[in-house]
Design a protein around this ligand. Structure first.
Ligand code: NAD
Length: 424
């Protein structure tokens, strides 16, 4: 019954295989029916579109785009759209399934989806990106919909693209449909609190895990990889709760201060320097490869995938890993982490604050009513804490690590829903 991918696609672990390896462990523990297993391992729908776009030089270029809907059993599917030169179908399939598990873990009424277009947004003009976004939206107008499939930003896309998507979709329907997409600019129905939601969720998860481990935040230290949206917000909010952030890193390098980095100051510097810490004087430069294995109590990978692997996992000294990024830990590193007794708050739980507030955006759009920032934060924090407790209880009940417990919670919910809905 175990799923096996025919061949690895890249030299790193195949993301779909990596996701399925964890899924398989949880499915075995749950004694999942073979029928349901087969349903869940296969995406419901995979759409490939080829969209012609007139470029600024007057020539027409054709771009390949994907939308994979993994499951709609819990509700309309939800997931971001990625613009990158190396997007590939297996990656989009893995990310779509991840979204199903993530929404199920936090108990919001969404299925999972993901989209992507093979393009390099950094070499394209705003006009070209707009025409591409509109063409992709028009090609998928029958797939998207506030009750069907709701996109959001991902790598290479942001509020600007979501505004174009909403506008193009609305034109095909003849009326303004705010709720077809989340991550929109505030004036177009975006939600207060969405920007910081993922970092805030990482902080809430970190606090909940430290509480279980008997760690006092005010006496604990942390290192954070990635100082973008997720990393910088997580650093700021953890520091506000007393955690001393000794190290941070971004693409420009890694920065260390034995007395703790002044995070407000570092964010101010980054904002004034093109989003990077290059040249920051409030800390010493260090080898970026040593950040995650440095002597701290907590590490937060919040940049890219596959950064904790069999190459560095033995050297990790932290007691707690809170995964801000998607897929930062390779499947092969899991066992060693468990043997070392390190607690991991896995990505599908730790970074789910983002999709939670996206869900709030959709709810507000459908109500035609805006919530205050306090209401958004308070509700998101409650959902994150409840979800953490659900996963922690499952880890105690089945005597498994938090990652497998999160998959158990998610798969159990989706499988139960299939059982009640029936129909096949
Ligand atoms: P971002 O682009 O705002 O920031 C990424 C940061 O990582 C930047 O500081 C960049 O310099 C740094 N970085 C890139 N490569 C690095 C490397 N090799 N070593 C160290 N730093 C590196 O992106 P983000 O929105 O903060 O997303 C970060 C991660 O969190 C991604 O895995 C993303 O999928 C995940 N995530 C984001 C959200 C969200 O709401 N933004 C939600 C869920 C998951």
């Amino acid at each position: 019954m175990l799923y096996k991918e025919p061949a690895p696609i890249k030299d790193r672990e195949n993301p779909f295989e990596s996701m399925m390896s964890r899924f398989n462990v949880a499915a075995e523990i749950l004694g999942l029916d073979e029928e349901i297993y087969n349903v869940l391992k296969s995406p419901t729908r995979q759409v490939i579109v080829n969209v012609p776009v007139t470029m600024d030089d007057g020539k027409v270029r054709v771009f390949e785009g994907y939308r994979v809907i993994h499951s709609t059993i819990l509700g309309p599917s939800k997931g971001g759209i990625r613009y990158a030169p190396d997007v590939f179908l297996d990656e989009v399939k893995a990310l779509a399934a991840w979204m199903t598990w993530k929404c199920a873990v936090v108990d919001i009424p969404y299925g999972g989806a993901k989209g992507g277009i093979i393009c390099d947004p950094f070499t394209m003009s705003a006009g070209e990106i707009e025409r591409l976004t509109r063409a992709y939206t028009a090609a998928l107008a029958d797939t998207f919909g506030p009750d069907q499939d709701i996109p959001a930003p991902d790598m290479g896309t942001g509020p600007r693209e979501m505004a174009w998507l909403m506008d193009e979709y609305s034109k095909t329907k003849g009326s303004t449909v705010h709720a077809v997409v989340t991550g929109k600019p505030l004036v177009l129905g975006g939600s207060l609190g969405r920007v910081e939601a993922t970092g805030r969720g990482v902080m809430v998860s970190a606090m909940a895990a430290m509480d279980k481990l008997g760690m006092d935040p005010a006496k604990s230290t942390a290192a954070i990889q990635g100082f973008g949206n997720v990393g910088a917000w997580a650093a700021k909010l953890m520091a506000e709760r007393g955690v001393k952030i000794l190290g941070v890193s971004d693409v420009s390098g890694a920065y260390w201060n034995d007395n703790g980095i002044n995070i407000e100051d570092a964010i101010e510097y980054k904002n004034a320097h093109n989003g990077r810490l290059e040249g920051y004087k409030g800390a010493e430069m260090m080898d970026p490869d040593e950040l995650l294995t440095s002597k701290v109590d907590v590490i937060v990978p919040a940049a890219v995938e596959d950064v904790i692997t069999i190459k560095n996992v033995e050297k990790i000294q932290a007691r707690l890993i809170v995964e801000g990024a998607n897929g930062p830990t390779s499947y092969k590193a899991d066992n060693i982490i468990n043997e070392k007794g390190i607690m991991v708050v896995p990505d599908i739980l730790a970074n789910s604050g983002g999709v939670t507030v996206s869900y709030f955006e959709w709810v507000q759009n459908r109500m035609g009513f805006k919530w205050t920032l306090d209401r958004v934060n308070e509700r998101a924090e409650r959902i994150m804490n409840e979800s953490f407790e659900r996963v922690y209880s499952a880890s105690q009940k089945y005597n498994v690590p938090m990652r497998i417990a999160a998959y158990i919670v998610a798969i159990d919910k989706v499988a139960m829903t299939y059982k009640y809905r029936g129909g096949f």
